[in-house]
Design a protein around this ligand. Structure first.
Ligand SMILES: Nc1ncnc2c1ncn2[C@@H]1O[C@H](COP(=O)(O)OP(=O)(O)O)[C@@H](O)[C@H]1O
Ligand SMILES: [Mg+2]
Length: 278
């Protein structure tokens, strides 16, 4: 995505970010103590959580930096992402530094020269994403991940076992969190990673695929390529589809950005398709 495209996407999808130069000098100097003197190459407008997201040029190469004020409610999420990074080294860009200085928390990552994944039918990016998810299914869930997937759906409070498990689940694989290069896909933004049933990862991708033009049947067929799908029952899928649809409706009510509204509509489509198959 070009920065112009990113800017126009951002205009309709989230709050404005700050530039690197707007950070306190103390914060910038603390980052530079790790990576050397930097200049901002690009301010990345797309994304959700961070107040700053920039590509920086440093003597050792480009880095991607994201950060929030240390007292911001997003700061613990960013710290989650820093803690989990060593355990997902083969899937995510490598964390180069974590800096808490000048009232800001900033993470510096290896820069990936890629583009956001295309989730539309027939996209080769989905093959790369599938390879990454297959590798993810083989990773143990590290102890640093304490968030449990069932907490995502209040409607499952009386039957959490439908989605509980001990797998590592990224839980937010929107295309903006997947960077694709010539040979692979990188999974970004692990701040909200959870412990749960492995099949919930491909299942939560079903509404996203539908939102990008797949039929419910095709989206589920894509999800069915993963080993974890072998253990899922139609009942569990129906339960998750309904809970995920309710959740997306809540998200869309709070943040009615076009891509969220589209995903909420897709989640309803999936839920209704599941219901009709009973
Ligand atoms: N390591 C990286 N290299 C290059 N670009 C990146 C990297 N990490 C993230 N980005 C870009 O920045 C955007 C926002 O990053 P992300 O980690 O998803 O932050 P947020 O929490 O704000 O969503 C991504 O959609 C991607 O375009
Ligand atoms: Mg993101």
């Amino acid at each position: 995505m070009t920065s112009a495209q990113a800017s126009s996407a951002q205009a309709s999808s989230g709050p404005r970010r700050r530039s690197w130069a707007e950070l306190p000098r103390e914060t910038r100097e603390a980052v530079e103590a790790h990576v050397g003197p930097v200049t901002e190459v690009e301010r990345i407008e797309i994304g959700e959580r961070s107040d700053i997201a920039s590509v920086l040029e440093a003597p050792g190469g480009r880095i991607f930096a994201k950060g929030v004020p240390a007292d911001d409610r997003q700061a613990p999420w960013l710290d989650n992402e820093a803690r989990i990074n060593p355990y997902v080294a083969g899937l995510a860009p490598r964390l180069l530094c974590r800096v808490l200085a000048g009232g800001w928390l900033v993470l510096g990552f290896e820069h990936v020269a890629g583009r956001h994944a295309d989730y539309s039918p027939g996209s080769a990016d989905l093959v790369k994403l599938a390879a990454a998810l297959t590798a993810l299914e083989d990773l143990p869930c590290p102890d640093v991940v304490s968030r449990r997937i069932e907490g995502r759906w209040p409607e499952l409070a009386d039957r959490p076992h439908a989605v509980t498990g001990d797998a590592l689940v990224h839980a937010d694989l929107n295309p903006g969190n997947v960077l694709v290069t010539e040979d692979r896909a990188y999974l970004l933004d692990w701040a909200g990673a959870c412990r749960g049933a492995a099949w919930t990862e491909p299942a939560m991708l079903v509404p996203r695929l539908i939102a990008h033009g797949h039929s419910p049947g095709d989206a589920e067929a894509w999800a069915a390529q993963f080993g974890s799908w072998r253990h899922v029952t139609a009942q569990a899928l129906g339960t998750l589809a309904a809970a995920e649809s309710d959740r997306w409706d809540r998200v869309a009510a709070q943040w009615p950005y076009p891509r969220i509204v589209r995903t909420a509509a897709a989640a309803r489509t999936w839920r209704d398709w599941r219901l009709a198959r009973r």
